[in-house]
Design a protein around this ligand. Structure first.
Ligand code: NAP
Length: 272
């Protein structure tokens, strides 16, 4: 059955591939991001691009109102917009950290709040949140990014229990390393703090990785994750969590079953 879907972060990476695949499956897709020009070509697939910065609450409301006016309902919200703020806790200004939370948690929390009344009225709905293997594990210099994704995990689990009586399902997608623009954004952020930092030795492996054209060779193509999102949308009984992509399963397994000590030994060697 065709569903009305709003997906955020659809101008690149996993969101872009997912929007395309959902439209090909016959769903009515509203694709949101700040760089609307990057989504213009999606119109040929029947996708409706909407310019949105998830931190702009007034605009979020306008978009949801527009979807309801156009389509009469909203069946699925895919909260996928996000970025990685990496940098030493000592160096990252709290305003930058606050913005990381504004995008990765409060932006999607606001969108969720404003679609829920419609989903309750419809007596059905699905919220799909893009978390990360980073919502379960941790990496050097990633304190703020991991804080947002760990928070998103707990937030989504609570929400699932709250909305179950209204037939609204909450799903988490936990990608591993995926070939998208994510790494470029991480690199730019890190560079901002580099010159005056006492943590350059810990930053260097990341910056070397960013400069290495082969660094992402083993990462997963975003289309692989797009198929996971489509499954989470179409499945009658979606899983609570979908784990997919390079290194996600082994790293999550090691932390969960072998403990933090073993996990940190491995991660310190990898980033040493
Ligand atoms: P990406 O290619 O950088 O895509 C990120 C998307 O988020 C872009 O469309 C960007 O669009 C949008 N976005 C960023 N800030 C926004 C804002 N304030 N308002 C609206 N849209 C915003 O990276 P990606 O890997 O596909 O990332 C998608 C999600 O996957 C993120 O939540 C990320 O944390 C998560 N993730 C990624 C990986 C990975 O290895 N790539 C792994 C685990 C989880 P505009 O810049 O045009 O607004």
């Amino acid at each position: 059955m065709s569903k009305v879907i709003l997906i955020t972060g659809a101008s690149s990476g996993m969101g872009l591939e997912t929007a395309k695949l959902l439209a090909q499956e016959g769903h009515k897709v509203y694709a949101g991001a700040r760089r609307i020009e990057r989504m213009e070509s999606l119109r040929s697939l029947g996708i409706i691009p909407v310019q949105m910065d998830v931190t702009n609450r007034e605009n979020n409301q306008k978009i949801v109102d527009q979807i309801i006016a156009d389509a009469g309902r909203i069946d699925v919200l895919i909260n996928n917009a996000g970025f990685g703020l990496y940098g030493p806790v000592e160096d990252v200004p709290l305003d930058d950290a606050q913005y990381q939370f504004d995008v990765n948690l409060f932006g999607l929390a606001h969108l969720t709040q404003i679609v829920l009344p419609y989903m309750r009225q419809q007596k059905s709905g699905r919220i799909i949140n893009t978390s990360s293997m980073g919502g379960k594990i941790y990496t050097p210099l990633g304190a703020w990014y991991h804080a947002t994704k760990h928070a998103l995990e707990g937030w989504s689990d609570c929400l699932r229990i709250e909305t179950k009586p209204f037939n609204i399902q909450v799903v988490l997608v936990e990608p591993g390393g995926i070939k998208t623009e994510f790494g470029d954004v991480v690199g730019k952020q890190l560079q901002k703090y580099y010159d005056s930092s006492a943590y350059q030795k810990q930053m260097d492996p990341y910056l070397r990785m960013m400069a290495d054209p082969k660094a992402m060779d083993n990462a997963t193509e975003p289309i692989v994750l797009a198929r996971v999102f489509v499954e989470a949308v179409n499945s009658k009984n979606p899983k609570r969590r979908y784990v997919k992509g390079s290194m996600a399963k082994p790293l999550m397994f090691i932390r969960k079953w072998l403990g933090d000590g073993t996990f940190e030994f491995i991660i310190n060697r990898a980033f040493g």
